[in-house]
Design a binder for this molecule. Sequence first.
Ligand code: IVH
Length: 675
Amino acid sequence: MSVSIATRKKAESLRDQIRHHNHRYHVLDDPEIPDAEYDRLLRELVALEAEHAELVSADSPTQRVGDTPLSAFGTVQHELPMLSLGNAFSEDELRDFHRRVLDRLELDDQAELIYAAEPKLDGAAVSLMYENGVLARGATRGDGTKGEDITHNVRTIEAVPLRLIGKGYPARLEVRGEVFMPKAGFEAYNAKARAAGEKTFVNPRNAAAGSLRQLDPKLTAERPLDMYAYSIGVAAGGHLPTRHSEIIDRLRDWGIKVCPERCVVNGVEGCLAFYRSMGERRNELSYEMDGVVYKVDSLQMQAELGFVSRAPRWAIAHKFPAQEELTVVEDVEFQVGRTGAVTPVARLKPVFVGGVTVSNATLHNIEELHRKDVRIGDTVIVRRAGDVIPEVASVILDRRPKGTRRIQLPKNCPVCNSHVVREEGEAVARCTAGVFCAAQRTEALKHFVSRRALDIEGFGAKLVEQLVATDRLKTPADIFQLSSGELAELDRMGKKSADNLMRSIQASKSTTLARFLFALGIREVGEATAASIAAHFGSLDNVVAATEQDLQSVRDVGPVVATRVKSFFAEAHNLEVIARLREYGVVWPESDPIEATEDGVLFGKTFVITGTLPTMTRDAAKDLIQSAAGKVTSSISAKTDYLVAGEKAGSKLSKAEKLKVAILDEAALLDLISR
Ligand code: IVH
């Protein structure tokens, strides 16, 4: 059956719209439409392409993730070699570089020399070949001459356009850049892997490189990868500007993502100012960099300067202090945290890494310690990236001394001697004593007074430790019974600081429900969850009275969090502390709970969602149902009106069938909502 012109046009128009919104969202970070609207466009295109297979083209936004894993990577011969960069580790080395550039160009000291300055991204280099604006091939750098064909994987990266936008790009254009895993994605990925007892990535660079070298593109698609372009290779059939910085601007116009922190600077002083400014911003930026790169901006000058061996004479990487160093494990101890988690910590021979001297590093949990098999006496790589806590990344097995032993989890809490247990399927071991363990109590109190919780200024960790050790502080409520005289007697405290502290304690009493909920330190209830629960229920009494089902209707609250909240408020001693806190004057504004409005088409209907839906995540489906005033819960009962079931729906599906609950697929759900 041939496809009508109208249908073809419709498909092309949908693709254009989707490409436009992809670009706004992934490249410019500035979406124009809500996610639900984007999903609708994509679903419409998916449906159209499913009906007319001949409409599907390789550059269609529906074709990012291929079906079939490869059995091996093909080889790609780079038409122009992919070079590396020389390094400068100090200001002097940078000045030497600049001097050599001036000499070769026969310029004097005072001459203006413009450099393009860019972060040196810490990921994996890739080459993307666009033919007539369509992504034709992606390759790794390999040895610089030959790389691996990773087209199927780069296609899954949303920041990589499958087709260029705008006008004037060369008919053959090779874009080069760095694929990287943003810090947040890296941390989240590792946290999840750690909790599941799976292998973690050593650093974001390995994470990016490893993700690109997957034979199955579906695995790459699950990794949070991003890309910034930093140069071009082959460019044939078109005109390009004569400065590096302008070429990068053009790439941006053609829909390629480029680093927003790039800059043009004058001379070595300009380079150094950029280096310092990036050094200061390094921790706050969303991606990892191991230095900055300066490139002579004029292509004419670049050509005059040429290359030495594999590196250009016109560019240099100015490195930041290393974030990974070698040191020796002197001991391994176990610390007890706020929720009782027993965390192994390596005591290290002090080492300067990531700009500070590190003598302790976390080993996260016993399972991870065993997987890495860290032993006393081992030489290890410690990693400290920004404000992330230092960790032992890996062991250099070759350097292991004789006679070392595997480290075992202690059977009893090192602080209170209660039993330590590790629940089935959990990587984390915990002290079972709860607030009866001094360590847990101390950590809970530190959390309570911390900046994001009750925010009691001047109430530091040392102070909490002293007050707990002397039994003056047992619960958060005791804070509000401390007297100025009592505080003034403590170490490193005088009358004046005691008075100041009393004032901050007083000031902290007027807070918000979100802060208060967060301060309580309920397991799994972080700042964002506390805020959602507070907004949803409006008052503490409503939260306390909420059933697990009620709790699950809050955004981001699933069965685990709901159970934690419910069991926290089921403990008499917790309610008692809360009552005392209120009695001492801790207050927050309260409001009415968010009621489901009766205007929504799904008002009064209860849904359960299960399995993998074809185009949206379960959270997106939950949002959609709630926005139409429906209720979403996690378990099926006779009260459930609909089960929304995707692929791999398990026991919930059979239960729904048994209870004769109506079953919807994603399309039927959308249908119901749009009615
Ligand atoms: S330019 C001829 N710019 O660093 C210059 N490279 O050591 C070729 N890198 O393989 C590279 N950020 O993976 C350039 N802004 C940037 C970079 C960058 C990271 C990586 C790239 C390259 C390696 C060279």
